[in-house]
Design a protein around this ligand. Structure first.
Ligand SMILES: NC(=O)c1ccc[n+]([C@@H]2O[C@H](COP(=O)([O-])OP(=O)(O)OC[C@H]3O[C@@H](n4cnc5c(N)ncnc54)[C@H](OP(=O)(O)O)[C@@H]3O)[C@@H](O)[C@H]2O)c1
Length: 269
């Protein structure tokens, strides 16, 4: 059965998922989006799916409700929708909002919490998922198929693991952007023009990611393979080691994980 989907909030992440679904051949008639913004409405209609300004217009007929509003709006959205959410399976992408909160606010026992990342906007996302024990297993598999249109899915059996997911893949794109930024600056420092510097760095990042994603070789093995004794790469890696590169990255990930934990705790009523 093709699920009738109701998106609450039609911004970046909702449009990314809808775009992925449409590309994979999902019937547009089965997708409804509620968002009060006229501007988003125009984008949504351009995707060829129905747009409504009121959440109540899409929820009653839906088989699955996807909550895609900012985390601070989730409780109000659930309150506004009242009992109509109680029997609906939910998927929430709101950072830091727990399934316990979602069940309390919506009354629904079937909840999937999803932590996507920004590359989902270009179909190359990484999505960490956690489902409540009340979630129907067939529906769980359907949600996995739906969301895999924008990226790779990893399921977690402990909800607390989503704080680690947030620190690694949720915030992770920014770490790679930071590295790219620093390498572009270094290239410009060598008098390479900005456009060429950007191309050198981005193509290198893409190539490295391609190599790391194929075959069985670990990133460590790939690094060691290109590090000849006495060579240029070894000189660079020695400099990174001397600056405790791995400990610096571990500390950054820990800071993000701890912040994710405190955001969840702060939002818990
Ligand atoms: N973008 C990402 O890569 C990413 C990554 C991880 C998690 N997330 C999560 O995804 C969620 C959405 O993020 P986003 O980047 O897609 O945000 P966004 O682009 O701001 O989209 C949210 C949309 O919801 C609309 N909205 C506001 N109040 C509403 C209501 N009461 N009912 C229905 N729609 C309403 C907003 O309209 P207005 O603009 O008029 O307010 C906006 O169009 C957040 O909870 C975020 O934590 C996003």
């Amino acid at each position: 059965m093709t699920l009738k989907l109701a998106f609450i909030g039609g911004g970046n992440i909702a449009q990314a998922i809808i775009g992925g679904l449409i590309q994979s051949g999902y019937p547009k008639d089965n997708i409804g989006v509620a968002d009060p913004s006229e501007e988003q409405g125009a984008h949504i209609k351009a995707l060829g799916v129905s747009w409504f300004t009121r959440n109540q217009a899409v929820v009653p007929s839906a088989d699955l409700v996807l909550l895609c509003v900012k985390p601070n709006l989730i409780e109000a959205v659930c309150n506004d929708l009242g009992p109509s959410l109680r029997d609906k399976p939910l998927v929430s992408v709101a950072a830091g909002i727990t399934t316990k909160q979602l069940t309390r606010w919506s009354g629904s026992e079937q909840v999937i919490r999803c932590m996507p990342n920004t590359p989902a906007l270009v179909g190359a996302g990484m999505l960490g998922l956690f489902a409540t024990s009340g979630m129907d297993s067939t529906l769980k598999a359907q949600v996995e198929r739906l969301l895999s249109t924008v990226g790779v899915i990893a399921w977690f059996t402990a909800e607390a693991d989503l704080d680690a997911v947030t620190a690694i893949s949720g915030s992770g794109p920014a770490y790679f952007f930071y590295l790219m930024e620093a390498m572009i600056e270094a290239a410009e420092g060598f008098n390479i023009d900005p456009d060429t510097a950007k191309t050198l760095v981005i193509q290198t990042a893409l190539g490295a990611a391609h190599m790391a994603s194929r075959g069985d070789a670990t990133p460590k093995a790939l690094r060691e393979n290109v590090t000849s004794p006495g060579g240029t790469t070894e000189a660079a890696c020695r400099s990174l080691e001397a600056a405790n590169f791995d400990r610096l990255i571990a500390a950054a990930c820990e800071a993000a994980r701890d912040r994710s934990i405190s955001l969840s705790q702060n939002s818990a009523p």
